[in-house]
Design a protein around this ligand. Structure first.
Ligand code: C5P
Length: 310
């Protein structure tokens, strides 16, 4: 007989991401898009508490945010159910989510929550799969979920779910501006497909990574192919994005872009002073601006090792 599972709750951080760059390379037979993207973890995080429940109990969730589902459609619940079936676990779990990452903002909050639940329950249920063993479940839950099993500065290929940590980890101060208009990722991809102008495949990520390896990082090379379609999807967002971008660039941002399909706009700064100036100017202009820092692969691993008690 194995040791009984612990009923002690596990408290976990669930970090947000931004896409430093995103290239859409084409459509795939499965209806998704072939991507090349540079993911980056930042230290803005939701908090997740996993409360183990005994054999026969259900998987349940509680979250105070009005836009987060509190039933089986919540990606964190789906992650727990998928792992439970995969590991033939009979125990249940109650998941509490304290939201700090804006919802529907292109910051990967739901995907991050799902990855955190996989990692936490892997330990609570003593499955011993680790990030590598969880990858197959993560990619079925969503294209961004596998990234959160790795963290730091990561190259994402295929649907964005084939992930490779990069040797050059980006370190920067980040200003996030919640444009306050959640955008549907699927709708943005659809709009991009309807665009009749043929687009040449860009190679900005290749250029960025090559130069970075030579010790000459240049964030200004990076672009987001979804930005035009996302801004066309929501005209109010377009007008706000232009104002936000101007403020970020004037304050010295090395990169100012939409994260994923939006609607969060971000600026990357090498100096804390620039980030502070940008935040003050944005708040004075009536925007909600959050300050954050990038989190490297090593930092991410350390936080996770601590949280999982390893
Ligand atoms: O995988 P996830 O559910 O996060 O993706 C949300 C939507 O974004 C998908 O339903 C799909 O329409 C679109 N998508 C895509 N190609 C990708 C990733 C996402 O078309 N590589």
């Amino acid at each position: 007989m194995g040791r009984p599972m612990s009923l002690r709750p596990l408290r976990l951080p669930s970090f947000a991401k931004i896409n430093l760059g995103l290239e859409v390379l084409g459509t795939r037979a499965d209806g998704y898009h072939e991507l090349r993207t540079l993911f980056q973890t930042i230290d803005l995080a939701d908090e997740i508490v996993l409360r183990p429940r005994p054999k026969g109990a259900d998987v349940t969730v509680a979250c105070g945010h009005p836009l987060v589902p509190q039933d089986g459609t919540n990606l964190a619940v789906r992650a727990a159910e998928a792992l439970r079936a995969f590991g033939r676990v009979e125990a249940g779990v109650h998941i509490e989510i304290q939201k700090r990452i804006p919802v529907g903002g292109g910051l990967g909050g739901g995907s991050s929550n799902a990855a955190a639940v996989l990692r936490g329950l892997d330990v609570l249920w003593r499955l011993g799969l680790g990030p590598e063993g969880l990858h197959v479940l993560a990619r079925k839950l969503g294209a961004d979920v596998p990234f959160f099993l790795v963290g730091g500065t990561v190259l994402g290929l295929a649907r964005g779910d084939e992930v490779y940590a990069l040797p050059g980890q980006v370190r920067a101060h980040v200003v996030l501006v919640d444009a306050g208009l959640p955008v549907s990722t699927a709708a943005v991809f659809r709009r991009l497909d309807q665009c009749l102008t043929p687009r040449g495949n860009s190679n900005s990520i290749f250029c960025f990574v090559s130069r970075d390896l030579e010790g000459k990082p240049d964030l200004r090379l990076l672009t987001n192919d979804l930005e035009g379609a996302a801004l066309d999807e929501a005209p109010v967002l377009k007008e706000r994005a232009e104002r936000i971008r101007d403020v970020l660039v004037q304050a010295g941002a090395e990169l100012a872009a939409l994260s994923g399909s939006g609607s969060t706009y971000f600026g990357l700064f090498s100096e804390a002073g620039g980030a502070r100036r940008a935040r003050s100017a944005l708040v004075a202009g009536g925007f909600t601006a959050i300050g954050a820092r990038t989190l490297s692969l090593d930092q991410y691993r350390r936080v996770w090792a601590r949280s999982l008690g390893r």
